[in-house]
Write a protein that binds this ligand. Structure first.
Ligand SMILES: *Cc1c(COP(=O)(O)O)cnc(C)c1O
Length: 432
């Protein structure tokens, strides 16, 4: 299959270029040229398939023309070593727990699959692949865990000093081996600017064999479509779900749209955000106004210029009417988020994290307007990742900390200090 740029449908590249170079030179994003629906064969039996079998069918639709079935099956099985259970809180009120992976956020699905696909695409290539990633929190940990000890690769993570939580920082800095963390004396935007400067430097990018692990990379989106289908089949037959997606860069929601493209019956999507509401605003008014992000307690969604918005537009042929007929937007502030965390605990005895809490509020608002609908809220991270917020709302010790997170507390942080100076960063990369 070929992949084209959202800015120019006639600019086409093959899978290897789309995944390893990550970004078309015209600043668009890559989209599959001809994603066809999964066949009747699949939709006859999909409710009885395992998570892995569903994953294989989806991966095959995306990558089957380039990757042989055995290799693809291995990638899917290596990715899906944990489940995504659907939990029912009340009538029509379902939560899809996407935090059972090694770093306790949904980004494990995308990062683990991407690491495997990249390893396959570079097999037999004796050049080291250098993965660059800027993170505001969860992405870096998921990518570090996914690539840790993968031969032929090294990962450089840039994170803003003092702006990620203590546990998130340990997830980035305590692995060692082929993972290097750079603690940048600046903001997340500064980290992104450094990464971008490296990619725009064609000579550097080619010499170091640089690739991106941010959600601009298509390899991260495809595996996120797996769990939409896995979730929908857990509802009774004939009940197409309303998916409520807590969103920042809108990769997760785009993956849901791709699942619908593959033929999944979906009643509707709700894009739930915090104060950073550029997409809800667009859905309401038809005007898209990206702006600098505002800090909130659902920090993984603090995005003012969501990169996957262009993919959403492409999927609706640029039509605002079509997009708003399938997606509603809603946003909630920090006070509402905190109240929701307390409410979900007191009504359902369930600890929901600040990102999922925004989804839960949106789902409740949707069901109030559409009483017969079944909502599936994507719970994007484990509440234990946000002890500061959870302890204030629910009291100390209210959230049990999973072992794989607890062990990080005693690990040593190793990070290299970096300024926001592009020349210094370039020199560091060259000498690495
Ligand atoms: C990354 C992240 C999000 C936002 O996902 P997008 O795909 O960027 O919209 C939401 N919640 C959590 C916990 C995240 O880590």
């Amino acid at each position: 299959m070929l992949y084209h740029s959202t800015n120019n449908p006639s600019y086409r590249v093959d899978l290897k270029e789309a995944i390893l170079r990550s970004l078309p030179p015209d600043n668009g994003l890559y989209m599959p040229d001809s994603l066809s629906v999964l066949g009747d064969e699949f939709w006859k039996i999909w409710r009885h398939l395992s998570f892995q079998e569903i994953g294989f069918a989806v991966a095959d639709a995306f990558f089957g023309s380039d990757v042989p079935p055995d290799a693809l099956r291995e990638m899917v099985e290596g990715t899906l070593t944990f489940d995504a259970p659907l939990v029912t809180l009340g009538p029509g009120d379902h939560v899809l727990e996407l935090f059972h992976g090694p770093t306790l956020a949904f980004k494990d699905f995308g990062a683990r699959f991407m690491a495997r696909l990249m390893a396959w695409l570079t097999r037999g290539d004796d050049r080291m692949l250098t993965v660059l990633v800027a993170t505001s929190g969860d992405t870096g940990g998921a990518v570090a865990s996914a690539f840790h000890n993968v031969p032929g690769t090294r990962v450089v993570i840039l994170y803003p000093k003092g702006k990620v939580s203590g546990l998130q920082e340990k997830q980035l800095t305590a692995l060692g081996g082929n993972i290097t963390a750079l603690e940048v004396d600046g903001s997340f935007d500064d980290c992104q600017a450094l990464v971008k400067s490296a990619f725009l430097d064609r000579e550097l990018s080619a010499n170091l064999n640089l690739t991106s692990a941010n959600s601009i990379n298509l390899a991260r989106l495809a595996p996120q479509a797996f769990y939409y289908i896995h979730a929908a089949r857990q509802l009774p037959e004939g009940v197409p779900p309303v998916f409520v997606v807590p969103s920042g860069n809108f990769g997760n929601l785009t993956a849901g749209l791709l699942a619908m493209r593959l033929g999944l019956p979906v009643a509707h999507f709700v894009a739930a955000t915090n104060l950073n509401d550029v997409v809800p605003e667009f859905l309401r008014t038809g005007t898209y106004t990206p702006r600098p992000s505002t800090a909130t307690i659902s920090n993984a969604m603090d995005v003012g210029a969501p990169s996957n918005f262009v993919r959403m537009q492409a999927l609706f042929g640029g039509s605002w009417e079509d997009m708003k007929s399938r997606i509603n937007g809603m946003w909630f502030d920090d006070d509402q988020t905190r109240a929701a965390i307390r409410e979900v605990k007191s009504i359902h005895d369930y600890e929901i994290d600040p990102h999922g809490a925004i989804g839960w509020l949106a789902a409740r608002a949707w069901r109030a307007q559409h009483p017969c609908s079944s909502t599936i809220t994507l719970e994007t991270a484990h509440p234990a990742k946000f002890p500061d917020v959870m302890e204030v709302e629910l009291g100390p010790g209210a959230v049990e900390v999973p072992e794989r997170l607890a062990v990080l507390a005693s690990r040593e942080k190793v990070a290299i200090p970096m300024t926001t100076d592009k020349t210094a960063f370039r020199e560091w990369l060259v000498d690495m």
